[in-house]
Design a protein around this ligand. Structure first.
Ligand code: FMN
Length: 181
């Protein structure tokens, strides 16, 4: 019976990539580095594989990348206010260094969006005026991060009762159990 909810959540996550305006296009990514403080931010879900590996892009100089070097375990949160569905994921993050893969994704980053990865100074650096932002001409800090989930929690608020299911990856299958919502 839990299989149906897994199918539903997989389908919804895939829509985040393929369907324009779907709420799962964005998710909250939490990292915890050596400073022991959870740091959360919104990122765009760029790709998702059949096995539910999730991909986002970032600037390699950003704080999240420092956190990922210190601790690869991350938390992800998706929420759809239209059907009151929340998906919480725990996973391991991996930075993609394969130049062919990077090239493939970089080609899909069009014109102005490329600026997000080419500021002369690193994201988070202080700036006296936003107009002073300069960009690199022939260099970028484009970085691809892939997350492999090991825990997924589905929650749907509805009547007569809410549904909450926990899926845990056990070597080669997803173990599942219903939880009190
Ligand atoms: C709608 C929206 C989408 C965003 N998408 C991304 C993204 O895909 N990748 C990214 O690195 N930052 C993205 N950001 C910016 C992050 O939320 C964050 O401010 C930035 O990455 C710096 O985070 P850090 O200092 O914790 O690394 C987005 C912000 C918003 C509001």
């Amino acid at each position: 019976m839990t299989q149906n909810y897994f199918k539903e959540l997989s389908k919804e996550l895939k829509k985040g990539v393929s369907q324009k305006g779907h709420p799962f296009r964005y998710f909250t990514l939490a990292t915890v580095g050596l400073d022991q403080v959870a740091r959360l931010r919104t990122v765009v879900l760029r790709d998702i594989s059949e096995e539910l590996q999730l991909t986002f892009y970032t600037d390699s100089r950003s704080k999240k990348m420092i956190h990922l070097q210190e601790n690869k375990k991350v938390g992800l949160l998706f929420y759809n206010s239209k059907n009151l569905m929340q998906i919480r994921i725990e996973g391991m993050a991996k930075v993609i260094h394969d130049e062919e893969i990077k090239e493939k994704y970089w080609k899909g980053v069009k014109g102005p969006s490329r600026k997000d990865y080419t500021t002369t100074t690193a994201p988070g650096t202080t700036l006296t005026n936003p107009d002073q932002l300069d960009y690199l001409d022939d260099e970028d800090h484009f970085c691809i991060v892939q997350i492999t989930p090991f825990k997924i929690e589905y929650l749907k608020l509805k009547r007569p009762h809410h549904i909450r299911v926990r899926y845990s990856w056990e070597d080669d299958y997803w173990e599942s159990e219903f939880l009190v919502p």
